[in-house]
Design a protein around this ligand. Structure first.
Ligand code: S3P
Length: 167
């Protein structure tokens, strides 16, 4: 049984996974980080040099490997739940938690972040974030077994809410 954290960029999946590791000793896999290690390039470089589709295929390949493992908390890149194939892989080996954030929360967290998301380059404003989020929301909702709202909460509150779903 694995636990998959899905949701929009900046919803706090990575931070929540780190919390679950440091406070509850859970083993974490960060899909973006894993792909960066494997490719030896940053996400933005992978997008620029090979294109988005290449990155999406790398995500699916990684999920195929993860699905053979057990007991992981997997912090997923923001688009992981958009592919039906990925959702089947996740559902087949674990539970999916959707970290739900308002566009303003995402903007506040990402506008100062050094980790520039390729899909938000040149579009760092709440209107654009809200539009993209609206397109993705049905996928996140359909994929998830549980929704955790993150707005106005600390990492600890979100982490404990997630932890409560597994104990
Ligand atoms: C993406 C989200 C990013 C990363 C890539 C694409 C997306 O991950 O996988 O930049 O399409 O939502 P985070 O959600 O961890 O920022």
């Amino acid at each position: 049984m694995n636990l998959f954290l899905i949701g929009f960029m900046g919803s706090g999946k990575t931070a929540a996974a780190k919390y679950l590791h440091s406070h509850h000793g859970l083993t974490v896999c960060e899909t973006d980080q894993e792909i960066v290690c494997r490719e030896g390039k940053q996400i933005a470089e992978i997008f620029d040099e090979y294109g988005e589709e290449y990155f999406r295929r790398a995500e699916t390949r990684l999920l195929e490997e993860i699905s053979k493992q057990d007991g992981l908390v997997v912090s997923c890149g923001g688009c992981m739940a958009m592919r039906r194939e990925n959702v089947s892989l996740m559902k087949g080996c674990g539970r999916i938690i959707y970290l739900k954030a308002e566009p303003q929360t995402v903007f506040n967290r990402l506008s100062g972040s050094p980790n520039v998301r390729p899909l938000l380059r040149g579009h760092m404003n709440t209107e654009y974030i809200a539009g993209l989020m609206e397109k993705r929301r049905p996928f996140y909702e359909a994929a998830s077994d549980r929704v955790v709202s993150v707005d106005g909460k600390t990492i600890m509150e979100v982490g404990e809410e997630i932890f409560a779903t597994i104990v």
